[in-house]
Ligand binder design. Structure first.
Ligand SMILES: Nc1ncnc2c1ncn2[C@@H]1O[C@H](COP(=O)(O)OP(=O)(O)OP(=O)(O)O)[C@@H](O)[C@H]1O
Length: 287
């Protein structure tokens, strides 16, 4: 059985408590994320997804309850210093991460995180090269200004900056927003590669093409509560869940329903394989 990497126990979070703006964004969340999981968070706008990942990255503390990552505990009492330690194994790719690029060259940007961790120059060089390779960018780009790059390249540089710190867990908040379909494919390849190398991935997305066969867990939030926690197949089977999360089933699932397949392939490639298998078996879908 897989080891639990992250656990939230009875976690609640209230913004601006004791003021007229007080708002309870998360209400008694219990959640386990396995080591090596690929977890996708879905839910309507305002359901609490970003608040949840901010807590997992220790950017804020829970109002009550606790979060455990690698035996480190985060609760309402955790000090700033402990929060920093907690954050060390987690890489957070914010929404529009390219907006945080600031340096004159890509190299400076990529070295910024590892430098803060006080690594030696040779360790930094290795980490930067490895991160560039992971995001499939050529090292020629190191001397360019980040601002001279295309949108997709900028996003990959920003992700490389997070990967350069070798996180065990990668958290991404809507990483596909604003990217064209080729850049989304490249991003999916990057995430597939990282996950296959053992990195635990937690991603907020409303892009169905990001929910591939690699995804192990879907967590749906509604009004600050978890309304679903299970496999993508179970999730897409439930019309109520899809409606609540304002999502449509992927095309492949819709087609497989129409032609009466019992399995629910998550991509057109998987659907094609399934149809070929059925045809080779000489017959109808569910025989
Ligand atoms: N600083 C704040 N003060 C008060 N309320 C806040 C604050 N930040 C967020 N909220 C409220 O908390 C709720 C959850 O917000 P959150 O950003 O976690 O939702 P989300 O599911 O990530 O939404 P989206 O998909 O739009 O990013 C929302 O109703 C939001 O208005």
């Amino acid at each position: 059985m897989a080891k639990t990497k992250i656990e939230l126990k009875n976690v609640s979070f209230t913004y601006q408590p004791g003021t007229p703006m007080e708002y309870q964004a998360l209400d008694n969340i219990n959640l386990k994320i396995d080591d090596g999981a690929f977890t996708v968070l879905v839910g309507q706008t305002g359901s609490g997804k970003s608040t949840l990942v901010n807590l997992i990255d220790a950017l804020t503390q829970p109002t009550s309850g606790q979060i455990i990552v690698n035996n480190h505990l985060l609760n309402s009492q955790t000090s700033k210093k402990e929060q920093e330690i907690f954050r060390r194994n987690i890489g957070y790719v914010f929404q529009f991460p390219e907006r945080q690029l600031f340096a004159q060259t890509v190299r400076e940007d990529l070295e910024f995180g590892p430098r803060n961790l006080r690594w030696s120059q040779s360790k930094i060089d290795d980490a930067v090269m490895k991160a560039l390779e992971t995001v499939q960018l050529d090292s020629k780009i190191l001397n360019s200004s980040p601002f001279s790059l295309s949108g997709g390249q900028k996003r990959r540089v920003a992700i490389a900056g997070v990967l350069a710190m070798n996180p065990e867990v990668l958290v991404l908040d809507e990483p596909a927003v604003g990217l064209d379909s080729l850049s989304i494919k490249q991003l999916l390849n990057i995430l597939t590669d990282l996950n296959q190398r053992g990195v635990t991935i937690i991603m907020i997305t409303h892009y169905l093409e990001m929910i591939t066969s690699l995804v192990t867990q879907i967590v749906a939030l509604h009004n600050g509560k978890i309304t679903f926690d299970g496999s993508p197949q179970e999730f897409f089977k439930s019309q109520t869940m899809l409606k609540k999360s304002k999502l449509l089933a992927p095309k492949s699932v819709q087609i497989s329903r129409e032609i009466g397949l019992s399995s629910l392939p998550l991509s057109i490639d998987d659907l094609s394989m399934e149809i070929i298998k059925q045809l080779k078996n000489g017959g109808r879908a569910n025989e």
